[in-house]
Design a protein around this ligand. Sequence first.
Ligand SMILES: [Cu+2]
Length: 187
Amino acid sequence: MSTFTCQTSALLLSVFIETMSVGATQAAAPKTDAAKIENAMTAAPPAVSRNASVVEMNEDGSMKELRKGTNGWTCVPDDPSTPGNDPMCLDPSAMEWLHAYLAKSPPPDKIGFIYMLQGGWDFSNLDPYATKPDGGKATITGPHVMVVGPGVKKVPGYDRTGNGVNARIPYVMWKDTPYEHLMIPVR
Ligand SMILES: [Cu+2]
């Protein structure tokens, strides 16, 4: 097969996959509070998400509590502004980190942990505020956990090449920004 054909098929395949995931998300995006809570809970093991708070993120970065939890964890349903299904469950330090990211303010000097067992879909592995795919390529990560906070900048052994496209190995996302964090696939 010629290189040209190869690249063309790869391009067509990626367009196809993106179209598929857009279609799938629009069909699956949770609408009711009950559906949003159910979706949010799939981000973490049941032992964690069962008693977690569930909050919905508004466009302006404010949050609406859908359910009050008891274990200190907070789960957030799929972000409908991205094509993938990407709910997450965060510990208290990771929630502070997320608020800082949304407010574009410096994150607190704490290490936080996030479950994203449904995987994630990011417009860019380099730009925290990108609104369209980098050079046409989104960063798609399967089921993973994340370690966040300024302290992770000092952790060696994670891929920092910045490619991060369809990542399968542990890598650094948004490197050299205040929101640099570790992405660790779990499957
Ligand atoms: Cu993630």
